[in-house]
Design a protein around this ligand. Sequence first.
Ligand code: PB1
Length: 328
Amino acid sequence: MDISSILQGGYQHPLSRSWQAKRQLTKSMLMYPIFITDDADAEVEIPSLPGQKRWGVNKLEGFIAPLVKKGLKSVILFGVPLKCEKDMAGTPADDPDGPVVQGIKLLRARFPSLYIATDVCLCEYTAHGHCGVLHADGTIDTEPSVARIAQVAASYARAGAHCVAPSDMMDGRIKAIKRALIDAGFGNKCTLMSYSAKFASALYGPFRDAAGSAPSFGDRKCYQLPPAAKGLARRAILRDTSEGADIIMVKPALPYLDIIQDAAELAPDHPLACYQVSGEYAMIYAGARAGVYDLRTMAFETCESMLRAGCTLILTYFTPQFLDWLDE
Ligand code: PB1
């Protein structure tokens, strides 16, 4: 047997197998998406997202405390307003008494070590359910959309968010948010994580159920990227790094590992996030329930593929389980 043919000597032991990974999954790489609703005492299961709930601010401490004890390092908040007056500009998005602003303040006060990111979008707060302000004909009106998104982001920074993450996909919102953070005195205090390459994926259904954020008409194909759009994704990543993004994100993750790899190549000096979205999480659960594979094994296999593609941060609903699995 030729010497160069032998590879198996390098990975015959569990430890030497672990050395083959360029990057190991750690608790600090995991950012946990959580849903905060405007019923302060709510704790409501989300059927399409196994193990996930909508939480009221009064239940938040009891929910998060055990996870912080297990090593939770960061969360990203999604407001799920069920009682507010939604309008054309998404006015409730930065309501000082709203679930997100209240949630930021409570988590900052109770968990000083916890890194708090907030999603920034209008879709949960607009009457039409789109992520921006619309022209009369139902198309995106970019300028007012960008101005409103920047205003909401600055409000969350003022409330104490360590990071704002605009998932709206409006053109030019990164530059506008960065300018708004600087003008509000938060340019050096609040991280700007851009959902740079976010695709018009079929995998957002469970989230939209949870957040009640499906568009009331049409779809998001004119502002989320076409799934086949590799070139557009590369251009969006370059655009957002030049507009001041501190972290680049690709979303969804598993069907877009090639885009993650592109992002690692195009923005090698930025932290790179990916979002294992609700439909990916639900799909992995469904396969495990169908007996196709072991849940934990597949959770690791999918997230390790994102690390292999170049990610340094993973937004995943598996975070609570990983906090246990990574200790075993
Ligand atoms: O887990 C998920 O599916 C995330 C969905 C995501 C939240 N950032 C968006 C997808 C969508 O509904 O289009 C919400 C858009 N602001």
